[in-house]
Write a protein that binds this ligand. Structure first.
Ligand code: NAD
Ligand code: MG
Length: 384
């Protein structure tokens, strides 16, 4: 029996993980579930799975959580520290599915236990990559990539030095793949969160629309598969059937394919190194008929170029990029800035702020806070 903790259990990745865990009750036992503010969703999942503990991040909702769990035997806790404590309970397998840098301390706590940590929370790896990878190595923890591209690479990757010549991350291109720059000016939040192939949380859906998501994924790949930034490429593939590819020095290219359902990469990480069955649709290539590929357009999608430059420069740049982007995406979703202002804000913050490379978690958090602060003033000027 594998004990499982899900950080961010009420989100898109969290509920997909729960769906798989609940299908095999003799194989998985739930230790802890956490959420930010959705008491009802959290309590219902905790009761169904007989979790040992349920934690709500918003401390003002502890009373509501206790009431919802009364008589169930599930322990209730609240606040960001309690989420970190839940991650530190040392489940055999932890899903890190909190969105944004808010997930950093919990994922570091889970890694410190030296068990398997399935990583969906790419923002933490982008901002604190070197620190996180070192922490995983020191604790003997196993990072299992859940992002569909990175899980695809993981399944195709032979880590021996000198064998890999390229890692090709595929990108759907998002809902505005064929739009002109002018057309994108008027994009609304409702349009931006409507992804053509994947059903995901709001933040990553906006990132897919700006293609910042693929930029973050380049940085994520750099930490998970250290072949060198010059060997990482992006290829637009609108059907989202080929999830990524690894090219070897002999010219062989290995790819992982499948239906665009996050339960496939999550199941791979959940059962790893074994496999498990899923209810996901089987790939019907005869019905699909044709797969298309094209080079990304960094003129219309400048976020991709910003992320690539941040990766090349290294140091604190990825953390600044991520913080500015998280802040700008939240402002866009709140109707405060336009769609094109997201990348413009990130670019401006990167131009203003060049801190030293963070060596500790506290330094990452400080860089992140300062970059968010700068992003807010940049956006105030843009909106004025
Ligand atoms: P989501 O918004 O649907 O869910 C986020 C979860 O995190 C929720 O459970 C929420 O309660 C929790 N959360 C949010 N803010 C929090 C905070 N401040 N403190 C504690 N918990 C908090 O997001 P999602 O789409 O499931 O994405 C989760 C992560 O996985 C992101 O980093 C995203 O980039 C990554 N990811 C998602 C997908 C996908 O298909 N959705 C695919 C690849 C990677
Ligand atoms: Mg992805």
């Amino acid at each position: 029996m594998r004990s499982v903790t899900i950080l961010g259990a009420t989100g898109s990745v969290g509920t997909s993980t729960l769906d798989l865990v609940e299908r095999e009750p003799t194989r998985f036992r739930v230790e802890a579930l956490t959420a930010h503010s959705d008491v009802d969703g959290l309590a219902a999942a905790a009761k169904r799975t007989r979790a040992a503990v349920a934690v709500i991040g918003d401390a003002t909702r502890l009373g509501a959580l206790k009431a919802a769990l009364a008589g169930s035997g599930v322990e209730a806790a609240a606040g960001p520290e309690a989420i970190v404590d839940a991650a530190r309970r040392g489940a055999d397998w932890t899903m890190a599915a909190i969105v944004g840098l808010a997930g950093l301390e919990p994922v570091m706590a889970a890694l410190s236990c030296g068990k398997a940590v399935a990583l969906a929370n790419k923002e933490s790896l982008v901002s604190a990559g070197a620190i996180m990878i070192r922490a995983a190595e020191d604790a003997g923890a196993r990072l299992l990539p859940v992002d569909s591209e990175h899980n695809a690479v993981f399944q195709c990757y032979e880590p021996a030095p000198g064998r890999v010549s390229r890692i090709i991350l595929t990108a759907s291109g998002g809902p505005f793949r064929t739009w002109t720059h002018d057309q994108m000016r008027g994009v609304t939040p409702a349009q931006a969160v409507k992804h053509p192939n994947w059903s995901m949380g709001a933040k990553i859906s906006v990132d897919s629309a700006t293609m910042m998501n693929k930029g973050l994924e380049l940085i994520e790949a750099h930490h998970l598969f250290p072949v060198g930034a010059d060997k990482l490429e992006v290829l637009v593939h609108p059907q989202s059937v080929v999830h990524s590819m690894v090219e070897y020095v002999d010219g062989s290219v290995l790819a992982q394919l499948g239906d665009a359902d996050m339960r496939i990469p999550i199941a791979h990480a959940l059962a790893w190194p074994d496999r498990m069955t899923t209810p996901c649709a089987r790939l019907d290539l005869a019905r699909i008929g044709q797969l298309d590929f094209e080079a990304p357009d960094e003129m219309r999608f400048p976020a991709l170029a910003l992320a690539r430059a941040a990766l090349a420069a290294g140091g604190a740049r990825p953390a600044v990029l991520n913080a500015a982007n998280e802040t700008a995406v939240a402002a866009f979703l709140a109707g405060q800035i336009g769609f094109l202002d997201i990348a413009a804000t990130v670019e401006e913050v990167l131009a203003q702020y060049e801190p030293d490379a963070p060596l500790t978690l506290a330094e990452v958090v400080a860089i992140d806070a300062e970059a968010r602060h700068k992003a807010v003033s940049v956006m105030r000027r843009i909106a004025a």
